[in-house]
Ligand binder design. Sequence first.
Ligand code: EPU
Length: 422
Amino acid sequence: MEKLVIEGGRELHGQVRISGAKNAALPLITATLLAKGVHVLRNVPDLRDTRTILRLLESLGVTWERQGHTLRIDATDLNCSEASYELVKTMRASVLVLGPLLARLGRARVSLPGGCAIGARPINFHILGFEQLGVTCRLEHGYVDAEIDGRLQGNTVYFDIPSVTGTENLLMAATLAQGTTLIKNAAREPEIGNLVDMLIGMGAEIEGRGTDLLTIHGVEELQAADTAVIPDRIETGTYLIAVAAAGGEATMTHCNPGHLPALLEKLRAVGLEVSGQDDEITIRALRQRPLKGVDIKTMPYPGYPTDLQAQFMALMTLSNQTAVVNETIFENRFMHVAELKRMGADIRIDGHTAVVAGLGRGGLTGAPVMATDLRASSSLVIAGLAASGRTEISRIYHLERGYENLVSKLSGLGARVWKTQE
Ligand code: EPU
């Protein structure tokens, strides 16, 4: 197994070209199941998770080829409706095949994902939503067996909590339903807007893009898509926080400043200079200027994203004040705390709240730490970049799920970072 070694304490300067968004690419890839023909998806990041979803599509009879960041996917010969435990257990987003399979084949058998490192993460909202569209769902032997006789039937679906993949799954299914579907309290993340644009390009009739009420008028058939994945806002945010923590000045290119409203305000509140225009964001972090302690509370978009909570907490360990981090989306998303403490951080957890007593810049010291999930791992990278001495992060396959070319992008900023065998 590989580990990541970081010699910390160096400022970061330069540019990072932001990749396509993992969490947009995954639903876009599964949406290709909705129509025959060759779909073209551009700006698709080459990540462990995108490779996993393509393996899953292959197992369903789909063929694909990749040229750089462009994927050509042909779902004409879709002939299987089962997503096995082997694939789903390695990536929960595999449940995103449920909606398209039901819409196209009228049946789907998908393994229940089970819990993961950040919480229980049930899929009950997805299932309730499909039942509203007339699907019969049975949970047997660890699988959801879903079936409908004839076409899906448009109906109103209400989410108790705005679920991102739940909204995506229902949205995809409803495009081919008979009649109109309303998704109320829909999630509003930019990745959903990306999916709506792709589906409209395929011939779907959808109103309410970017709002919590999506109206989908079902159509009989969709055509193959030609669309681009939006920039990864979480990758963008991770590099911005890395520069904030290590000090320096850098520009993120090919990103969308409009997709990070909460983070950019929080970074300014910390006392950093941040400016975003067109498709770039520049951050300037003077090491001699102390970082202020700033509280965050994770919320559905456009609130502060849970996927940037761990990274911001790492930054707050370096402030000169106390900061309160409140995680409201997932019940177990503080796995990074114990690892940050090994690097000297002073953090106390009380339920969904973590109180971070900042140590000031230079407060962290490098240590061997363990990655537990994707975003927790990136917070350890940030801590390692800011810490004095050497940090070794094991289990870096988590990072490879969601950060394209992490080592070369960080090296491009002047970081001393490399991979080596454990
Ligand atoms: N929830 C339920 N029942 C459901 C669905 C969700 O109780 O049927 C709960 C969840 O347990 C959670 C909340 O609702 O407490 C919101 O979860 P959501 O469904 O929105 O999360 P998700 O769709 O499973 C996506 C991202 C996550 C990101 C969350 C929140 C993808 C592939 N994954 O997950 O990304 O944290 O939305 O923004 O889009 C990551 O990239 O590291 C990652 C975990």
